[in-house]
Structure formats: structure tokens, C-alpha cells
Design a protein around this ligand. Structure first.
Ligand code: NAP
Length: 254
């Protein structure tokens, strides 16, 4: 368990799925957390479960004003922001040729511009505090060309790139920026498209199973913690090996 004692972490899209597991593990690691999400009822239930070191605030990550309000709230409640997990996102899939411009813009707005606004909002405070850790949730779709993900995949490649730019610009300010790339993970998002917990051999993943939200959360908590003090600009695939490349099932000569 990575130690997050005395750190305050803001988690977007934190009311359910991967974000909620990050919140649970961060609190277990000693952090104060601010769960920020559109889903007010789920978010309130979660912070009740997590106890006195957790708060909820409604946040639409596409809104600069709401971002500033959320950051001010975190500082008012817990004094500072040490970690930001840009996890909120939407996932959709359709062929490139039938994707609409309007929908493409909407996905980029939430999944990429939302991450950019979040980073920009917390950077001044982190600089003033002497550092911080930003973890941006990209996807396996941000590491490879995945069919039917023109808007989603483009947004997640963008998140990967933005993370590297942040790492380079903010390194000497002791702000680390890393991206995490989940493979197919069982959450409410993927349950909606028929993914089942522990489903075998999807989608040709070397480990032969779907991931659990808690397995992604472990990687995020590591990157938030001082155990990752020299890790920045990294792209951490937590995907059961999905993005290793084509799976070779035979060995020459056998
Ligand atoms: P999830 O269960 O749908 O949770 C995402 C949360 O983000 C939801 O509570 C959602 O609320 C919220 N959200 C959406 N738009 C928002 C906005 N504009 N402002 C604030 N919150 C917003 O999804 P998940 O599977 O945990 O995914 C979390 C992250 O991991 C996403 O960035 C996703 O792309 C990434 N990821 C997931 C997988 C996977 O297999 N699950 C794989 C690779 C990457 P609403 O329900 O109201 O939209």
C-alpha cells in the first residue's frame, strides 16, 4: 500500500468505477480526498462510506468556473491540493466515417479539454506548495490504433501527449505528471456495453481476463505517492498485456 498520509487528492469522475476505487484506496492510504463528479447521489454516498477525510463536490470538467470552484473547495476543506487524478471521461464507439463532428467535439471537450483545464487550475497551487502529482487517466486506446474509437481514441492519445508536455514543463517545479492506460476494465462504463466481470480472454488480452477497477487504482495511488518520486512523463499500461503487441501463441520449432 502506497502511503498518501497528509496529502489531499482531487479525483474527477470519482463517484463510481475506477475513480471511486482510487478514492477508496487513497483514503485507505491516509489521504484526504475530494470526489468531483456529475453524479451527485453516487458521490455523496461514496464520501459517506469513506468518512471524515472525504468530501464531494459537483464538477463538470468542461467548465472552467466549476473547476476553480472545486479547487477552491478542496483548499478550503483540507488546506492544499497535492494530487489530481483526471479520471472523468466518456466512452463511445462508432466507425470514423459515421462519427459526427458535433459528437467528436463533445468527446474531446470532456476527455481532453477537461484534463487540460484541470491541470491548469491546480498548477499554481502545486507550485506554491513546492510540488504535486498529476495522474491523467488515458486508455489502452491512447497507446494503439483501436478500431471504432476515433473520438475516444483521439482524446486518449491527446491525454497521453498532454501528460508528457506537462511533465517536461513542470519537472523543475517538482510537479510530476504521468498517464495511466487501463485495458478493458469492469466498471459501470463497460458494463453498459456488455462487459462482464472476469470475462475470459477479452479482447485477446495475454492475461486472459478483464481488469478490475481496484487494479487500476493501485497504479494511480502509486503514482500519487512519494514511492514514485522520480517517475514523471511515464505512460503506465495496466492492461493485462493488451498493448504488448500481437499475441504470439507459438514458439518457433514447437
Ligand atoms: P465510469 O464508470 O463511467 O465513471 C466515469 C465517471 O466520470 C462517471 O461518474 C461519469 O458521470 C463521470 N463524468 C463523465 N463526464 C463528466 C464530466 N463532464 N464531468 C465530470 N464527471 C464526468 O467510467 P470508468 O470505466 O470508471 O472510467 C474512468 C476513466 O478510465 C475514464 O476516463 C475512461 O475513459 C478510462 N478508461 C476506462 C476503461 C474501462 O475499461 N473501464 C478503459 C480505459 C480507460 P456520468 O455517468 O454522469 O457521465
Amino acid at each position: 500500500m502506497s502511503d498518501l498520509s497528509n496529502k489531499t487528492v482531487v479525483i474527477t469522475g470519482g463517484a463510481r468505477g475506477i475513480g471511486a476505487e482510487v478514492a477508496r484506496k487513497a483514503v485507505a492510504g491516509g489521504a484526504h480526498v475530494v470526489v468531483a463528479d456529475l453524479l451527485e447521489a453516487d458521490g455523496q454516498d461514496l464520501v459517506k462510506e469513506l468518512g471524515e477525510r472525504a468530501r464531494f463536490i459537483r464538477l463538470d470538467v468542461t467548465s472552467e468556473e466549476e473547476w476553480q470552484r472545486a479547487a477552491d473547495f478542496a483548499v478550503a476543506e483540507f488546506g492544499r491540493i497535492d494530487g489530481l487524478v483526471n479520471n472523468a471521461g466518456i466512452s463511445t464507439g462508432q466507425p470514423l466515417e459515421t462519427e459526427t463532428v458535433e459528437h467528436f467535439r463533445q468527446v474531446l471537450d470532456i476527455n481532453l479539454t477537461g484534463v487540460f483545464i484541470g491541470m491548469r487550475t491546480v498548477i499554481p497551487g502545486m507550485k506554491a506548495n513546492g510540488g504535486g502529482s498529476i495522474v491523467n487517466i488515458s486508455s489502452a486506446a491512447g497507446l494503439m490504433g483501436l478500431a471504432l474509437t476515433s473520438s475516444y481514441g483521439a482524446s486518449k492519445w491527446g491525454v497521453r501527449g498532454l501528460s508528457k508536455i506537462g511533465a517536461v514543463e513542470l519537472g523543475t517545479s517538482r510537479i510530476r505528471v504521468n498517464s495511466v492506460h487501463p485495458g478493458m476494465t469492469y466498471t459501470p462504463m463497460t458494463a453498459q456495453v456488455g462487459i462482464k466481470e472476469g470475462e475470459g480472454n477479452y479482447p485477446n488480452t495475454p492475461m486472459g481476463r478483464v481488469g478490475e477497477a481496484s487494479e487500476i487504482a493501485d497504479a494511480v495511488v502509486y503514482l500519487l505517492s512519494d514511492a514514485a518520486s522520480y517517475v514523471t512523463g511515464a505512460e503506465l499500461a495496466v492492461d493485462g498485456g493488451w498493448t504488448t503487441g500481437p499475441t504470439v501463441k507459438y514458439v518457433m520449432g514447437q
